[in-house]
Every structure is written in structure tokens, then in C-alpha cells.
Design a protein around this ligand. Structure first.
Ligand code: SIN
Length: 395
């Protein structure tokens, strides 16, 4: 018989309330011992070892607690006599913890998350049966090296793709268009598919982690004020944009993202829509990757505000000016006042200094009629002039 560790963190599965009722209860009240006592059948399936790591409502889960969880699961599973782990967790943030563990756990042994939508004191509580099936799943030979799994309502999910989609029904989780990994009937496991994404022992995040950088999620909605981004940037190193549609937002947000990126905030573009794909235009194996990476490291180029690089796009005149300025700025350019272009209010904030200094040093001029045309595309002839003028300053 296999030995399975149950790592308990709390949630509704450990919740108590008015006898028989499903409403008005407190999550994270009873310990894992008391839950296991209600499922004597477990003893026919596996030897159980219990670890009560915390007993919280999962809305109290934090990055620090994630690290405690990761480190403890790794330590427990480093014991050769333990074959797998089941983590009991509140359903509200179970999907987040499952994804975190998918990326960071350094073990091929099965790790299965489960929980409940009804407290332990409800008539027909769903927790004990979910826990029973999760233990059976952790014992199953095919669960090995599949990444973190989750078990809920007879359904096997991938820790990467599971999402809480219903806040009331006991069948509360889904993987949307990615379906599920399989099903269970009582103790029987029926795997149908597996994730092709890198996880656990192959993940580049499965190192020892002492702290997690502060990253915020900014949800875009109609009329969302760009002040949200400035506020978040003041105390976060990175911001994930949950954009509309394919990861979109207003011009005001674009301007804020461009400005804040220039100052060092890292943005990642994603979508508030849980199905579909957000495209990244830098393709694996392409010839330009090494050049872009080297130019980024030397602070010569950065990405566009929308998270893409703009691989196939012709360059705007203001972006060309910024790149040249980044190359030349330590090469003795004078700081005289540059040309006061008639359309200077059209120049993005991140490009104003570059255009000012380059025009003062006659590296770049306008397009006639005292206009700069910042968003105009750079022609090949203009590029030749810029290169010629720049070479004079390169030592
Ligand atoms: C929680 O997430 O801890 C409470 C809700 C639940 O477990 O269903």
C-alpha cells in the first residue's frame, strides 16, 4: 500500500456552520484529523500521514504562505517512504495555488489539490468524497510526473489550467476550452489527456525561492483610469495587464504603460478573457532573438507598451530617435536646446529628451514646415542620414 501525505491548509472542506446547512459557515475551523475520521475507507487505499500546515480561509493565502507550502511539500516528498501528497485548500484561490505549485515544485511525485464547496457540517458535504478521490488519484501510477493535479467532483484537472468558474455549485471548477485531464468513478482513475506545458521538475522556476517579487494585476474595463497603473507602479516591480479581448486597453493606458516601462516597471500583457490566446510576436528560434536580447541588455531598445516588440513593423520616427539617443547619449552630444517643432505636443513623453538632444546636435531634423511627425515611418533615405550623422559621434 502506498503512503500519501495530506497537507492541510484549511478552506470550506475544514469549515463548520449550522448543522446540516450550507450557508453562513466559517472556513478553516476543524483539523485534518477530524475530516479523515469521517472517511474510514481511506485506510483501505493508502497509509496516511497528516501535516496541518495552516488552517485558513484561502482568501488569506499570501505569497509567503505559498513559499511555506512549496518548501514543506518538497521536504515531505523528499522522504522515500512517501509516494505522493494531497493538499486540502479553500476553493476561492485554489486555482492560483495550483498554478504556483505547478511552476515551482521540484518533484515528479503526484501532488493533488482538492477542497469542498460545502462545509464539513453540511448535509451531504462534498469534502470527504473529494478527499477520498484525491488520495486515490495520488496513489495512481499514471499520476506520476504529470505536474500538479486537482480533483473536484469526479473530475481531474491540471494545476496549470484549472479555474474556479462557479461560486455556488459543487461542480465549481473547469478548464474551459481545454476540457479536463480525465475523470474518476469512486476510486477508479480514467486519464484522457495531459498538459504539454512545462511543469514541476522541468520548470525553470523550480529552484529554491526565498521571496516573490511584488507584481500586481491591473484589470482593464471601459473607462478605467490610467491612474490605477501609476498607483500600482509606485509599489510594484511588475504589472500584469488583464486587458479586454486579446489583451487590449485604451490609448490613455497605452501612454501610461509606455511612460512607466521607460522608468523600469515591467509589464506583461494578458487578457481578462479566460479562453483564447494572447500572442507574443517574438517567435522561438527566429534569427532576430539574439539581436533584440543584446540590444535590450544594453538598454538600447525596449518593447512596445502593449507587450509586443513589433517585429514586422516599420519603425516610427520618434522610436528611431530614442534608439539612436540610447546609443549616442554617452558620446559627447551637447545639451543645447533642440528644435521647437510645431507638432511637439504629438511627441510621446518617452521620446521628448531624445528628439530634443538629437535635433540640437543635428543628428535628426524635422520633415519640413517645422514639423517632426513623430509617428511617421522612417524612410530608408532618412535612416541613411541618421546613420551618417551618428557615426560622427561614435568613438
Ligand atoms: C476558502 O476559499 O477558503 C473558502 C471558500 C471555499 O473553500 O470554498
Amino acid at each position: 500500500m502506498k503512503t500519501i501525505a495530506i497537507v492541510a491548509t484549511g478552506g470550506t472542506i475544514a469549515g463548520t456552520g449550522k448543522k446540516g446547512k450550507t450557508a453562513a459557515y466559517h472556513a478553516g475551523e476543524i483539523d485534518i484529523d477530524s475530516i479523515i475520521e469521517t472517511i474510514p475507507e481511506i485506510n483501505e487505499v493508502a497509509h496516511i500521514k497528516e501535516y496541518q500546515l495552516m488552517n485558513i480561509d484561502s482568501n488569506e493565502m499570501t505569497h509567503e504562505k505559498w513559499l511555506i507550502l512549496k518548501n514543506n511539500i518538497e521536504e515531505i516528498l523528499s522522504d522515500d517512504t512517501i509516494d505522493g501528497a494531497v493538499v486540502t485548500h479553500g476553493t476561492d484561490t485554489l486555482d492560483e495555488t495550483a498554478y504556483f505549485l505547478t511552476l515551482t515544485l521540484n518533484t515528479p511525485k503526484p501532488v493533488v489539490l482538492t477542497g469542498a464547496m460545502r462545509p464539513a457540517t453540511a448535509t451531504s458535504a462534498d469534502g470527504p468524497f473529494n478527499l477520498y478521490q484525491a488520495i486515490c488519484l495520488a496513489c495512481h501510477g499514471e499520476s506520476y510526473n504529470r505536474g500538479v493535479l486537482a480533483l473536484f467532483s469526479n473530475t481531474i484537472y491540471s494545476g496549470r489550467d484549472i479555474e474556479k468558474v462557479n461560486n455556488f455549485k459543487i461542480d465549481a471548477f473547469d478548464q474551459r476550452s481545454l476540457g479536463c485531464l480525465g475523470y474518476m468513478q469512486d476510486q477508479e482513475v480514467y486519464f484522457y489527456t495531459q498538459t504539454s506545458k512545462i511543469h514541476t521538475i522541468k520548470s525553470r522556476f523550480n529552484k529554491r525561492i526565498d521571496s516573490i517579487k511584488s507584481v500586481a494585476i491591473a484589470f482593464y474595463y471601459s473607462g478605467a483610469d490610467a491612474k490605477i497603473l501609476y498607483d500600482l507602479a509606485s509599489d510594484h516591480e511588475g504589472i500584469v495587464i488583464a486587458g479586454s479581448g486579446s489583451g487590449n486597453y485604451s490609448q490613455a493606458w497605452l501612454k501610461a504603460i509606455e511612460e512607466l516601462s521607460e522608468k523600469g516597471t515591467i509589464f506583461v500583457r494578458s487578457s481578462r478573457i479566460s479562453q483564447g490566446i494572447v500572442f507574443d510576436d517574438e517567435k522561438d528560434g527566429e534569427w532576430y532573438l539574439g539581436y533584440i536580447s543584446a540590444a535590450r541588455k544594453n538598454n538600447i531598445v525596449s518593447g512596445k507598451g502593449d507587450g509586443s516588440f513589433g517585429i514586422g513593423e516599420a519603425i516610427s520616427r520618434q522610436d528611431a530617435a530614442v534608439i539612436l539617443y540610447n546609443i549616442l547619449k554617452n558620446n559627447g552630444l551637447s545639451n543645447d536646446k533642440g528644435i521647437d517643432f510645431a507638432d511637439s505636443d504629438m511627441i510621446s513623453d518617452y521620446a521628448i529628451d531624445a528628439i530634443n538632444v538629437l535635433s540640437a546636435n543635428s543628428v535628426i531634423n524635422g520633415v519640413g514646415d517645422n514639423m517632426f511627425s513623430p509617428l511617421g515611418r522612417l524612410t530608408r533615405a532618412e535612416a541613411a542620414k541618421l546613420i551618417f550623422e551618428s557615426i560622427k559621434y561614435i568613438k
